[in-house]
Design a protein around this ligand. Structure first.
Ligand code: AMP
Length: 192
């Protein structure tokens, strides 16, 4: 099984690149943001709890997202591998993911981390807000809160995988195809 984490702050292009990567490598895409938005759309109790926090740009509790990932892993036993997008976002999530994968005799092969300047992130997210239908993309204060959460809680996740030599940094500015090619080079090197 080939398991990959696509890492980076909100607006760094994880969603866009994930779509191209899953198509090329045949991986199952697991985006906790998408899973949470689907809970919200279905009006589930979990969705209602998550929506309050997401609207403020805050992270939802670890146990909620870990539970969602655990069931997604269990319900895809045939997957060739997983592309984790927007997860793990805290050190506790990273440790939990390692344990869940260990139960399946699997590990994370690589974390590719997209780097984009903060001004560019805000610009991209506001632009995305014009069409994404995501309320957390339309308000600059919420966007900035999400970036603060990233620095306070999520950036440390890269240090966690760095200890195991699993992190590769990719410049997340340029054309979509240029960034995709840089990602593929690192993924191919890890696969072979
Ligand atoms: P995203 O679609 O990845 O930008 O996520 C949108 C929002 O969903 C985030 O601002 C968080 O409120 C929540 N979220 C998504 N993934 C996670 C996660 N792994 N841990 C905690 N909250 C998450």
């Amino acid at each position: 099984m080939f398991n990959l984490i696509l890492f980076g702050p909100p607006g760094s292009g994880k969603g866009t690149q994930s779509e191209k990567l899953i198509e090329k490598y045949g991986l199952k895409h697991l985006s906790t943001g998408d899973l949470l938005r689907s809970e919200i759309a279905r009006n589930t109790p979990l969705g209602l709890e998550a929506k309050n926090l997401m609207d403020k740009g805050q992270l939802v509790p670890d146990e909620v997202v870990i539970g969602m990932i655990s069931s997604a892993l269990d319900s895809n036993p045939q997957a060739k591998g997983f592309l984790f997008d927007g997860f793990p976002r805290t050190s506790a999530q990273a440790e939990a993911l390692d344990k869940l994968l260990e139960l399946k005799n699997a590990t994370i092969c690589l974390m590719v981390s997209l780097e984009v300047s903060e001004d560019e992130l805000v610009k991209r997210l506001l632009k995305r807000g014009e069409t994404s239908g995501r309320s957390d993309d339309t308000n600059e204060q919420v966007i900035r809160a999400r970036i603060v959460e990233y620095h306070n809680k999520t950036a440390a996740v890269a240090d966690y995988y760095h200890r195991f030599g699993k992190v590769k940094i990719i410049k997340g500015e340029g054309t979509i195809d240029e960034i995709f090619n840089d990602l593929c080079k690192e993924i191919d090197a890890c696969m072979n």
